[in-house]
Write a protein that binds this ligand. Structure first.
Ligand code: IYR
Length: 224
């Protein structure tokens, strides 16, 4: 069959909200995102695969360098693989909390109440591991990617927002070093682990640290 010719440019169809609607939606969205928290106490309640698929679709809608989408999201529900990941992560975190992190770092973490135990890596029904692809392996050799950290970071930001707005919880877990993820998940050499997100529902008695976010004035400067 002849391949249909795709136009190089197509019309952009915007949302066309009224000014009032835009004001309200911007405010509502900020208020909703302000409710997002990194939660470490997960319920074992299952999350259907179709939801995880939608979350990853949302992540992959983010902009990326030359639109090359330099990432792979691994979605893990297998208890066996989750157990392997927990064991490997806790091994590294034990070393982190017992000498690899300096005292200032440990002090900065105190309000979060974290330690080397990572039960959520088994309790959460899903783990999503984002891998960054420094380059693509193609039939005729390597093909470079651009702004890889930024691109994967943006996609993960979309993913966090999608998880929150679906009524689910996550936390941005970065066991360090995390090369074990590449091995356990059998990823190719051009993929390096970027971020690990357990996804699920909060436990009934879930608690979060009483943190505050900076005020608008503390995070912005205006040039009018
Ligand atoms: N990776 C460790 C330590 C840790 C580091 C930072 I920076 C945090 O914001 C939270 C934890 C851990 O996961 O416990």
């Amino acid at each position: 069959m002849m391949e249909e010719l795709q136009p190089a440019f197509i019309p952009y169809v915007g949302a066309n909200f009224s000014l009032e609607e835009s004001v309200q939606r911007a405010e509502d969205f900020a208020a909703d995102l302000q409710k997002r928290r990194s939660v470490r106490d997960f319920s074992t309640q299952d999350v259907p695969k179709s939801i995880i698929e939608s979350l990853i679709k949302a992540a992959a809608a983010a902009p990326s360098g030359a639109n090359r989408q330099p990432y792979t999201f691994c979605a893990i529900a297998s208890p066996k693989i989750k157990k392997k990941i927990r064991e490997a992560a806790e091994k590294e975190e034990f070393i982190n909390y017992n000498g690899r992190m300096d005292t200032q770092w440990l002090d900065d973490l105190k309000p979060l109440g974290t330690d080397w135990h990572k039960p959520f890596l088994e309790t959460a029904p899903w783990l999503i591991v984002a891998f960054r692809k420094g380059y693509e392996i193609e039939s005729d050799g390597k093909h470079q990617n651009y702004y890889v950290q930024e691109s994967v970071g943006l996609a993960c930001g979309f993913l966090l927002a999608a998880i929150h707005q679906a009524g689910l919880i996550t936390l941005t877990h970065t066991p360090s070093p995390m090369a074990f993820l590449q091995k356990i998940l059998k990823r190719p050499e051009n993929e390096k682990p970027f971020l690990l997100l357990p996804v699920g529902y909060p436990a009934k008695d879930a608690q979060v640290p009483n943190l505050r976010k900076k005020r608008l004035e503390e995070v912005s400067v205006w040039y009018l």
